[in-house]
Design a protein around this ligand. Sequence first.
Ligand code: HEM
Length: 401
Amino acid sequence: ETAPSPSPEQIDLSAPSVIADPYPAYRALRGRSPVLYARVPAGGAAGLGEPIRAYALLRHAEVLAALRDPQTFSSNVTDKIRVLPRITLLHDDPPRHTHLRRLVSRSFTPRRIAELEPWIGRLAASLLEATGDGPSDLMGAYAMPLPMMVIATLLGIPAERYVQFRSWSESVMSYSGIPAEERASRGKAMVDFFAAELEARRRAPSGDLISALVEAEIDGARLDTPEAVGFCVGLLVAGNDTTTNLIGNMAHLLSERPELYRRAQQDRSLVGPIIEETLRHSSPVQRLLRVTTRPVDVSGVMIPAGHLVDVVFGAANRDPAVFEEPDAFRLDRPPAEHLAFGQGTHFCIGAALARMEARIALNALLDCYESITPGEAPPLRQTRAIMPLGFESLPLVLRRS
Ligand code: HEM
């Protein structure tokens, strides 16, 4: 097996400090080689078991090229690593992926998303109403419940059980902090729950996303239960953790920039650019894996067939070859160059929904609070899951308008 130097032992993207803030590592490594053979932690959405050795892509050009070539860079990594459970769509390749994607895309059309807007607005306002004035953990009070309640409602499952859904979703994402037995039991509870929900919709469809999955057919065949469950789990996880971190990262960046917060209050046309720059600067989905289907030359480095590739969106989004002053938070960048939602075949199906949720969430904050400033305790960055960048807690002081 040929590995480009330096050897994987020297490059470890799995240390908790790197997960908490990966940007210094990206900065130091990006210039060394277009492809780095690295050690990434196993666990959660990135598989269970032994640490993984993967070819990491940290530059914008190589990340984009891999995303645009799903024939070579397959998403079907579940033969290579054990993930729990397999996520339908995310882990599928064309042509099956194309059929499956058509099934759910109806639930994410601009019209369908726009219909949700007034309701999400009321939900955001009521969460902030309950949060009140003064010191508060913005993650627990706002950034966590809002997206979870939205995706639960879309799926058609009881939104008030969001704390439980969150604990399930955490067990899919994290690789440490949850003992193996606990992870397995949460995973089983989640799978059983969705299997029962699917069964109930088979008897009595109710027009929600789960009913759509039950009724869906591909080439005259219904989805089997594991595939339908894998869809529900994927939407539950993708629909909440990601958007939670976008809202949290954005609030954190603004809490450190009171000037910008005040400007945005006066000029709401800044809300869109703030969201896009947060997605680029502090990408909620840092990375996802692919597996090579053939030997492939990536900018002069040969990656053998059947190898895992770590596609690091977060690093690509700070590539100085594409973004001037990549570490600066700037609102004057050309739009849509970032890869925070991926690109091509697997481009995030929930991007329009996530953007709308973030827009509503930020506008509600700006309406409600004259200022949001750092609290006494420092924010706690998450260090247990390799995919997301975000905070476990974000203590802020909120001052009502
Ligand atoms: C795919 C990011 C919100 C559902 C993706 C991908 C990324 C991403 C990077 C590409 C995966 C790949 O290339 O393998 C994000 C971010 C979000 C967000 C940063 C929020 C800020 C959402 C929401 C939903 C969602 C709200 C659903 C309600 C999905 C699904 C896929 C996906 C189902 C798989 C699509 C496919 O494989 O064809 N997302 N996402 N995402 N996202 Fe999102």
